[in-house]
Ligand binder design. Sequence first.
Ligand SMILES: Cc1ncc(COP(=O)(O)O)c(C=O)c1O
Length: 391
Amino acid sequence: MTATGPTNGPYCEVVSDDQHAFETRVIHGGQQADPRTGAVVPPIYAVSTYKQDGVGGLRDGYEYSRSANPTRDALQANLAGIESGARGLAFASGLAAEDTLLRTVCKPADHVVIPNDAYGGTYRLFARVLERWGLDFTPVAQQDLSAVRDAIRDTTRIIWCETPTNPLLNIVDIAALAGIARDAGAHLVVDNTFASPALQRPLELGADVVVHSTTKYLGGHSDVVGGAIVTSDVELGEQLAYHQNAMGAVCGPFDAWLVLRGIKTLSVRMDRHCDNAERVAAMLRQHDAVVDVRYPDLDEVARKQMSRFGGMVSFRVKGGEAKAVDVCGRTRIFTLAESLGGVESLIEHPGRMTHASAAGSPLEVPSDLVRLSVGIENAEDLVADLLAALG
Ligand SMILES: Cc1ncc(COP(=O)(O)O)c(C=O)c1O
């Protein structure tokens, strides 16, 4: 199985971990000046096909943009560099990346261990789509490592984890799960969407594959939907690239360019997201109307594997679902909307919005839960907005 497309074209160089610090890699990975014009960022190659110099005479390996496109190549090289991987691949959405990964690694009758509080859309992919295709899965509270070990079967191909989880901000131990996966002959996949590689790099901790909704912190401006897979395993990277082309859920050149532009400011944005989320979490922890603040700064495992704790904060309110829905409707700066990871602050009710598809399943979320994506506005303005909404 050979991947199509170039691996050594002008936008394919992966700037590796030991060459440059993270803050340099986000800006320069896959970003060498355009060889013809010197353009300092990769142009948007809005093109589907490429002139051949005689039959089979491809220039730098480009023949058709589902197989390879220079703007997407630049993003893919950048993604591999910032996650300390060998191969990055960019997709039309996070779920498209997940689907491609699962159907590359697994076949019908195989089994996957998933978190018992995965993102609702990930759960729906397993429960409503891939189960029909014949893929078996077991939701497990993965903080309990012996429960993970007990769930492993002969047919287990993947341990899938998210850390921090969406929306409960639970933490799992990546290095420990990597050990369990290795013993079982399975791959450890980490959905690193909530932390971003600015705060946590799972491949450095022993994971085999990282997935992202690049819609979130990597894009960072709520203006694009995209997904990514990064792996440290060269052979698996080849198989994934083959399936990316064969299944076709690729990231288009305009979207690739937007995600690449977003990534340049990832380090500075994450610093401010963390500053603001820490302020918001501290306020909520003192507030009478709030019962349970979910922010992973006090978690021992998080302190071991994350450099800081991100921009997502969830909390439960006294007064149940009605109060939670009321708070979501009363903020002025926090916009009531799904999604997360953009520069603007968002608020939502997971039970009725992002996680409605998990209703009635083992992954149902508490009805009095409110989720915040804390943006990079002024921290005092954000705190005042929430205080007014909580009443
Ligand atoms: C943790 C997580 N993983 C995956 C996804 C799916 O990504 P997308 O919406 O880009 O398909 C999301 C979307 O919210 C998410 O929050």
